[in-house]
Write a protein that binds this ligand. Structure first.
Ligand SMILES: Cc1cc2nc3c(=O)[nH]c(=O)nc-3n(C[C@H](O)[C@H](O)[C@H](O)COP(=O)(O)OP(=O)(O)OC[C@H]3O[C@@H](n4cnc5c(N)ncnc54)[C@H](O)[C@@H]3O)c2cc1C
Length: 487
């Protein structure tokens, strides 16, 4: 058996694990991180960037959102059913964390994700320059890994942790398995669990969230993230807290149909269920997690978006009304070309249709014909009079009147890297038992401990997942250092 000893054993070197490890080392603690994969950064390698409020970069842009406003917004959003102290501390630390990362050489661009969102996302400018976008945050993970090395953090890769060693009710180390199958033991004063939830474990996620499996056409799996940390924490005595699903709505096989995905995802197109009836003010579909909740409630958990040719031509001429950070702004220009190609594809033709009449469109898509005709007639009437008498929409009201008409069946996705929480902690990130007793020596950070959203991820404050991962790690490190002084 290979043996190690240190002050802090960090279970996993994803985003929160890296933050915890670096911050502990900066506090003078000896740290060893055990990571299952060959690379640090976890799901954050796939993302864009973290939340912060009142950062230097926001101030430079004259953005006026204050920490107090963000805090009050979030607490109301979560119906006060979350730990106010933890939310407070995460928000108050967030600006300093951006400085901390900038000192490591990370560069950011501040952005919202959609029109009603706040400008809290600090999207990472990828190495070598270029536009921030998906996977851009990989550069942040790289800089953090370099910083961890510089600070003397020992990083042990391809070594999944299997168990927390508990003695007399205290966490005193971990057991893991090395790449060659050798057993590994690390004795430590503290253990920080940072394994990122259960994003690659469909069964556990469904069990925890209660989402019915047939609702999900797509599981956005996060390789290697199997719920190990949750299980180890519960086994060590930490209480379970409910895990809420992060649902999103997108286009089937989106990476191969990027312009159609851009044109339909989170855009205000007429949206109906399979009975042909509207169920959401389409302006709200830009808030992906609300849209996901609404679609989940529909028959078969699906919905359809409908556009007419005039609308697409107008958008080509005048530009999109809604531009999001992920898809850029030139997607309508490629709409017709990609639509024609996609209509010919055997698989995709089960999700996308074109027709010259609404009746024909309904038939092809499998939507109730009478319901859809009634809805389109009503909708066109609302557009003519400028008032949506059903669902109060006020913006982007274009009739469905110029054939050919296009219909996209939208599918429900589980954005699993974002299904949050599961381990009960206090605001110091110390794990708690069912009776709210602190489990000495045991901390949890990042997704495993992210119980701050209530029932739905707060996309109004974009970047909050990475924000939580980074800041919970830094906070936990400070508390461990404080505890060590009193050891
Ligand atoms: C595609 C995608 C895009 C995203 N974009 C954004 C974004 O732009 N902004 C944002 O705020 N959030 C985003 N997120 C969410 C964000 O990336 C995560 O919330 C964040 O990375 C969570 O940090 P974490 O440390 O908890 O988990 P992770 O960063 O996922 O790290 C978990 C680590 O645990 C390791 N691990 C698991 N089990 C073990 C074990 N037994 N032993 C050792 N190691 C183990 C894994 O290999 C992994 O490295 C995105 C997520 C995805 C999937």
């Amino acid at each position: 058996m290979k043996k190690y000893e240190c002050d802090v054993a960090v279970v996993a070197l994803g985003l929160s694990g890296l933050a915890t490890a670096i911050a502990c080392a900066e506090q003078g603690l000896s740290v060893i991180g055990f990571e299952k994969m060959r690379l640090a950064g976890g799901a954050a390698n796939m993302g864009m960037g973290p939340f912060a409020v009142e950062s230097r970069l926001q101030k430079k842009k004259q953005l006026t959102l204050t920490r107090e406003q963000a805090f009050m917004h979030h607490m109301e959003y979560a119906h006060y059913a979350v730990d106010a102290h933890l939310v407070h501390d995460i928000f108050w630390k967030s600006a300093d964390t951006i400085d901390w990362l900038m000192d490591m050489g990370v560069e950011f661009e501040v952005a919202p994700y959609f029109p009603k969102a706040q400008w809290t996302a600090h999207n990472v400018i990828p190495e070598g320059g270029g536009r921030p976008g998906p996977r851009g945050a990989g550069t942040m993970c790289k800089r953090m890994t370099e910083r961890a090395e510089q600070m003397g953090v020992q990083m042990v890769f391809e070594t999944p942790v299997k168990k927390i060693i508990m003695e007399n009710g205290r966490a005193v180390g971990i057991l893991a398995t090395g790449p060659d199958g050798e057993e590994v033991e690390c004795r430590s004063k503290f253990v920080a669990i940072c394994t990122g939830g259960a994003g690659d474990n469909e069964e556990l996620t469904l069990e925890l969230t209660g989402v019915v499996p047939e609702a999900l056409e797509q599981f956005n799996l996060v390789p290697g993230i199997k719920g190990d940390g949750l299980k180890m924490a519960w086994e060590a005595g930490a209480a379970r807290v409910p895990v809420h699903p992060e649902l999103g709505v997108g286009v089937h096989d989106n990476f191969n149909h990027w312009n159609l995905e851009a044109a339909f995802r989170s855009k205000p197109e007429l949206t109906v269920n399979k009975d042909g009836y509207r169920f959401i003010n389409e302006e709200m579909s830009e808030m992906g997690s609300f849209f996901g909740n609404a679609v989940y409630r529909q028959p078969d958990h699906i919905c359809f978006e409908i556009v007419d040719t005039k609308r697409i031509k107008d958008r080509i001429k005048y530009g999109p009304e809604v531009i999001d950070e992920v898809h850029g702004d030139d997607f309508y220009e490629h709409f017709f070309e990609e639509a024609e190609r996609s209509l010919e594809e055997e698989d995709f033709s089960k999700f996308f249709w074109k027709a010259d009449t609404i009746e024909e469109l309904a038939e092809k898509a499998g939507i109730d014909k009478d319901g859809l005709v009634e809805t389109v007639n009503n909708w066109n009437d609302y557009c003519e009079h400028g008032r949506d008498l059903e669902l109060c929409r006020t913006r982007y009201m274009n009739p469905i009147s110029t054939p050919p008409f296009y219909c996209m069946k939208m599918v429900l996705q589980s954005l699993n890297g974002i299904a949050c929480g599961g381990v009960k902690t206090n605001h110091k990130l110390q794990c708690l038992t069912e009776d709210d007793e602190i489990i000495p020596g045991l901390y949890a950070c990042g997704v495993d401990a992210c119980n701050i959203y209530g029932d739905t991820y707060d996309f109004y404050l974009p970047g909050l997942n990475m924000g939580f991962a980074l800041n919970s790690g830094r906070l936990a490190a400070e508390y461990m250092a404080e505890e060590l002084n009193n050891f």
